[in-house]
Design a protein around this ligand. Structure first.
Ligand SMILES: Cc1cc2nc3c(=O)[nH]c(=O)nc-3n(C[C@H](O)[C@H](O)[C@H](O)COP(=O)(O)OP(=O)(O)OC[C@H]3O[C@@H](n4cnc5c(N)ncnc54)[C@H](O)[C@@H]3O)c2cc1C
Length: 456
């Protein structure tokens, strides 16, 4: 194992000098953050040392990523600081790329690409998921994802760049291609994105003297028979009506079969000229999971209802990366939602604490609070506690839910201020250029290719 470069802190050196049991949490997303927040409350300070290993120093509130792509919310306001919110936890920055279950160590690839090892007494795996791509020719080269802040900001830049090209171009065919945008996946991410982006681009196009709203074309496609299959049919129909009213071309029971530099081909053979393909067709567990050599279900790590990973000792897993049995749905794997991840975090913390002699363990039992889907402006659909809502009422519930669910007052206040400012002042429609196009593919932007192959 190479030693850390000068100036780099080895995660091992971050530990407390006292010989306390060490709880290492992998991932600072909804699940990992929630585990630590509850462990800090459940465990007395001298009961354990808490460490979180994550490539980022924050929890990302992903639900508002479409609003970053549309300039409605500032990227930073979705990032909840781990250092500020988790005062007893030590942050070790990097990706866990290997787990040695027998030796009770993990290998951390630090941001400077140096690898370091970290010992654990309790290991909690919550590395989340990455965008799930499928074997469609050209997809990984040409599709953009929407899983992190860099991708959301890049998408906004990319769309505005298409308008720049279109505005400078005489050829109507080329112009049409630049102003055509295709989203694959009509679940909540793709539907929210389409509904909000069409409003954003209509506003943005006013900045380009030679373009009009009529030049803009958004296509949303899915193999499913309806948009938002997560919701009941009535709400799904209402969302479809909002999309149709805004001119989104919704194509169901179909998808694309090929992606190229300037076009996508649909399954029926139709070719659509475009330079923008956004892939929102589901997620796959973090590539770390497949390196572990442990049983998986649809790629997610198998765990029991107490989050314990079978055939290992003192290892827990939860969130999008784990197939947590949902006892309220016949023990099918729980949905990959923030709602599940946060609630699982509370119960997993209790079980980790119990394994250290504090309290008693219990199985996870989920009560669904419902879905909220922000379609932009005063349009939304939601089913809080099973009550179907649409329009202004749903929009109010949606916004209220996000403010409640954001786990830090600072972020809540800033997001609320973003929304208020957006109604009082013109939206700032500018490119930020943080991520170069060469790093914008899903594999590069989500760091999918850094993991070791082989088992620990
Ligand atoms: C655009 C979008 C909108 C969404 N909207 C909603 C919504 O409205 N409602 C809802 O309930 N759900 C929503 N979701 C789903 C929700 O974000 C996920 O279900 C939730 O984030 C899962 O939590 P998690 O902790 O398992 O994973 P994440 O929140 O993704 O956290 C994973 C963490 O692990 C870190 N990590 C990754 N790899 C490693 C590694 N190798 N080593 C160490 N750390 C690692 C990551 O940096 C991150 O900090 C949305 C998702 C997206 C992408």
């Amino acid at each position: 194992m190479p030693s850390p470069a000068a100036g780099a802190r080895s995660p091992e050196s971050l530990g407390s000098p006292r010989a306390l049991p060490r709880v290492v949490v992998v991932g600072s997303g909804f699940a990992g953050f929630s585990v630590l927040r509850h462990l800090e409350r459940l465990l007395p300070p001298d009961a354990a040392e808490l460490i979180v290993v994550s490539p980022v120093d924050h929890l990302l509130y992903t639900s508002l990523l479409p609003q970053v792509a549309t300039s409605e919310a500032e990227p930073r306001h979705l990032a909840v600081s781990v250092r500020a919110a988790l005062r007893r936890t030590t942050l070790a920055l990097g990706h866990v790329v290997k787990v040695d279950f027998r030796g009770r160590t993990i290998t951390v690839r630090q941001p400077n690409a140096v690898h370091a090892q970290l010992r654990w007494d309790r290991l909690v795996l919550a590395p989340g998921a990455v965008t799930r791509t499928v074997d469609i020719p050209g997809l990984t080269d040409h599709a953009l994802g929407l899983k992190n802040l860099a991708e959301a900001v890049y998408l906004r830049d990319h769309v505005l760049r298409q308008f720049e090209y279109a505005d400078a171009c005489e050829d109507p065919v080329v112009r049409r291609a630049r102003c055509t945008f295709v989203i694959v996946g009509a679940g909540y991410t793709g539907t929210e994105l389409a509904a909000q982006m069409v409003r954003f681009t209509r506003r943005a196009v006013g900045q380009y003297p030679r373009l009009t709203e009529r030049d803009i074309r958004w296509i949303l496609t899915d193999l499913a028979p309806r948009v938002l299959p997560e919701l009941g049919e009535a709400l799904s129909r209402r969302a479809a009506r909002v999309l149709a009213g805004r001119g989104v071309d919704v194509r169901l029971r179909t998808s694309i079969s090929e992606a190229g530099a300037g076009c996508v081909r649909f399954i029926d053979g139709e070719s659509v000229a475009t330079h923008t393909l956004v892939w929102c067709a589901g997620v796959a567990p973090s590539p770390l999971i497949s390196t572990l050599g442990l049983p998986t279900q649809h790629g997610r790590l198998v765990v029991d209802a107490r989050f314990q990973v079978p055939a290992t000792a003192d290892v827990f897993a939860l969130g999008d990366a784990a197939a947590v049995p949902d006892v309220t749905r016949g023990c099918q794997p729980a949905g990959q939602t923030a709602q599940h991840a946060v609630r699982q975090g509370a119960v997993a913390a209790r079980n980790v604490a119990a394994s250290l002699g504090h309290g008693t363990a219990k199985p996870y039992r989920h009560r669904n609070l419902g879905f909220v889907v922000d379609l932009g402006g005063t349009a939304a659909v939601a089913d809080p506690l099973g009550i179907p809502l649409s329009g202004v009422a749903a929009a109010a519930v949606t916004r209220g839910y996000h403010l409640w669910a954001l786990p830090c007052l600072t972020n809540r206040t800033r997001v609320a201020a973003d929304w208020l400012l957006d109604t009082l002042t013109p939206r700032q429609i500018v490119q930020l250029g943080f991520l170069p196009p060469a790093k914008s593919s899903i594999n590069a932007a989500e760091r999918i290719d850094i993991y070791h192959s082989g088992h620990s």
